[in-house]
Design a protein around this ligand. Structure first.
Ligand SMILES: Cc1cc2nc3c(=O)[nH]c(=O)nc-3n(C[C@H](O)[C@H](O)[C@H](O)COP(=O)(O)OP(=O)(O)OC[C@H]3O[C@@H](n4cnc5c(N)ncnc54)[C@H](O)[C@@H]3O)c2cc1C
Length: 400
């Protein structure tokens, strides 16, 4: 039986592992984190392709309800833009399931045999050739396989080794994020926001939010995009002791003054309901927004997948769906050429480089108006086109 090692046991790695396992591969997932990832993560937007991939991975997705498939999320029927006074200024019917990351992690873990998943396994490098590949781990151990799937995320160790030129490029704005329980919000706020995919659009900024189900109860998930040039970002990534956390600062290390300034801005700029959501979120945190493009996904018997391969800005809402589609394409390509893995991998690369580029381009278009600096005429055109409430409602998080 052909053997595949999957490095990274988040959603991309779990899709790949389940699909390869079901296609007859002997699969082992190696995840750096020492314990299950289920306690982390928040909301994410789903697309029909996500449910197709879940079903292919063995998750019981109810075929009678393609949009509210099983209990993976909260169904909303429309999207709305709210003015700063709370009135609705635009509305668009768009049925969608707002899923939760922990729930998807849970169901994908549940369908993968337990023996196929290992924690506390930190891959430090790979050797990859035309016939097989070896992964080396921080504890000194090594594993050979016919295929290594690098599903180790935006800061991929394997991509850094095999394609050092492919690096995330900062987009010029950050996303403040947070999750607040329904019970912490006033009924007025839940009535305004709790049954729709909501937006508010201060000049050059965008906040969006939607209800999610976390651990059996409902919560509200928000993402607030705010411009920050490179200098401002560096200051934001600096903790109270003056240390700079260039790859992202942990929420508890974010300086209180920064969080307080963001909360003050929420009071001034956002609709009353969104301002309340921000005010009542215990620990808002921020992430720099970046683009990542890979020219190559295949290096001998090692392939890049999910966020290790391409990262598009979140406006496309494609992070998880793209990782799922990568895993589907990889499995299909290998199935199509059972006696020639190399040819299958070449197919995978051809299909997914094109798809990855398209989704990154789309994210750049949708996000241009939030960049601290707009660098080209084309970016200015995109900024002008995609800032209107109607464009935001109809173009955000729809399949490309
Ligand atoms: C805990 C967690 C919570 C998340 N929550 C959300 C969310 O709420 N909403 C959302 O839209 N997206 C979320 N994401 C991101 C989302 O999962 C990705 O954008 C998308 O699903 C693609 O996933 P990925 O598996 O390719 O990469 P990632 O999800 O980034 O996963 C990479 C995995 O690889 C592991 N890893 C990294 N380096 C190594 C190594 N050297 N050896 C072994 N393992 C390694 C990491 O620990 C991680 O589990 C979350 C990611 C994580 C890890």
């Amino acid at each position: 039986m052909a053997k595949a090692l999957v490095v990274g046991g988040s959603l991309g790695g779990l899709f790949a592992a389940n699909l390869l396992h079901r296609a007859g591969w002997d699969v082992l997932v190696y995840e750096r984190a020492g314990e299950a990832l289920s306690g982390r993560g928040a909301g994410l937007v789903s697309h029909p392709a996500l449910f197709t991939a879940l079903a292919a991975a063995g998750v019981n997705v109810d075929p009678r309800e393609p949009y509210s498939a099983s209990d993976l999320g909260v169904f909303v029927a429309d999207r709305r833009v709210f003015a700063s006074d709370g009135s609705t200024i635009a509305r668009h019917e768009y049925p969608q399931v707002l899923a939760s990351w922990p729930r998807l992690y849970e169901v994908l873990r549940a369908v993968l045999p337990q023996r196929c998943y290992r924690h506390a396994a930190n891959c430090v490098r790979v050797d990859t050739g035309v016939a097989n590949a070896t992964a080396y781990f921080a504890d000194g151990s090594a594993q050979n396989a016919d295929l290594i799937v690098a599903a180790d995320g935006l800061r991929s160790t394997i991509r850094a080794q095999l394609a050092p030129a492919a690096r995330p490029v900062y987009a010029g704005y950050v996303a403040w994020r947070g999750l607040v329980d329904e019970a912490s919000l006033t009924p007025e706020t839940w009535t305004a926001l709790g049954n729709t995919f909501g937006f508010c659009l201060p000049e050059g900024e965008q906040i969006l939010g939607y209800p999610v189900r976390v651990g059996g109860h409902r919560a509200y998930n928000f993402v607030w995009y705010r411009p920050a040039d490179e200098r401002a970002l560096r200051a934001m990534l600096t903790d109270a002791d003056g240390r700079v956390h260039a790859d992202g600062i942990a929420p508890p290390l974010t300086r209180l003054a920064l969080t307080n300034a963001m909360r003050d801005a929420a009071e001034r700029l956002l609709s009353p309901a969104f301002a309340e959501v921000v005010a009542r979120t215990d620990q808002p945190f921020f992430q720099p927004i970046s683009d990542l493009i890979s020219e190559r996904l295949v290096f001998g018997r090692t392939v890049l997948l999910g966020d290790a391969a391409f990262v598009a800005r979140p406006h496309v809402g494609m992070g998880v769906t793209k990782a799922a589609c990568d895993a589907m394409a990889l499995t299909e390509a290998l199935r199509g050429t059972p006696d020639d893995v190399t040819a299958g991998l070449a197919d995978y690369q051809r299909i997914r480089v094109e798809a990855g580029r398209a989704v990154v381009d789309r994210g750049r278009q949708l996000g241009a108006y939030m960049q601290a600096q707009v660098a080209s005429v084309l970016e200015q055109e995109h900024a002008d086109t995609f800032r209107t409430p109607q464009q935001v409602l109809t173009q955000t998080a729809v399949p490309p």
